[in-house]
Design a protein around this ligand. Sequence first.
Ligand SMILES: Cc1cc2nc3c(=O)[nH]c(=O)nc-3n(C[C@H](O)[C@H](O)[C@H](O)COP(=O)(O)O)c2cc1C
Length: 177
Amino acid sequence: MRYAIVWASKGGNTRQVGEALADALRAAGCDCTYAGEVPAEGSMEEAAALAAECVLAGSWTDKGDCDAALATLLGKLGGKRVFLFGTAGFGGDPAYFERLLGIFAQHLPATAELAGGAMCQGKMGAGVRRRYEGMLAENPDDARAQAMIANFDAALAHPTTEDLARIVASARESLGW
Ligand SMILES: Cc1cc2nc3c(=O)[nH]c(=O)nc-3n(C[C@H](O)[C@H](O)[C@H](O)COP(=O)(O)O)c2cc1C
């Protein structure tokens, strides 16, 4: 079984998860045809990724879905075993992660075999906190803005080493390497 790991990461959170998965696969002596950012369509790197029978595909969360380039790649994974991973700004609710994984999976062709998936929270840019701070400045009792700031601050530590270990363990269990 040959593996490929492909990720879409704007800020580095999802890349961290992808690199942890690549390290674990290599440490186990698995054959990796490609590990890196979503390759350009038609490139040699894309051909290398698509040569694998098993693809670990990850994305940051962009307005409730995966990255558009990763969605295009997912559409090319017919006949392959797939493990999905990702990071999202909102954490604390495993059901939210499951919902997002389900949305990412909708980009897979029907012939792809979804073996599993796992996500964790990922830190967001400072501009996001400033926006919530602005909401709070206008209305200090805004409970939603307070909750958003608390979530932003909680996200700063993620992905943690525990997040990475949990996602690697989930992939290993799902794919059986
Ligand atoms: C334009 C934009 C849209 C986002 N949309 C969501 C979203 O819908 N849900 C969510 O939980 N996080 C959302 N986030 C947060 C990121 O998905 C999160 O910080 C992620 O860990 C970033 O991963 P990266 O560092 O690999 O790019 C959004 C961030 C940006 C910049």
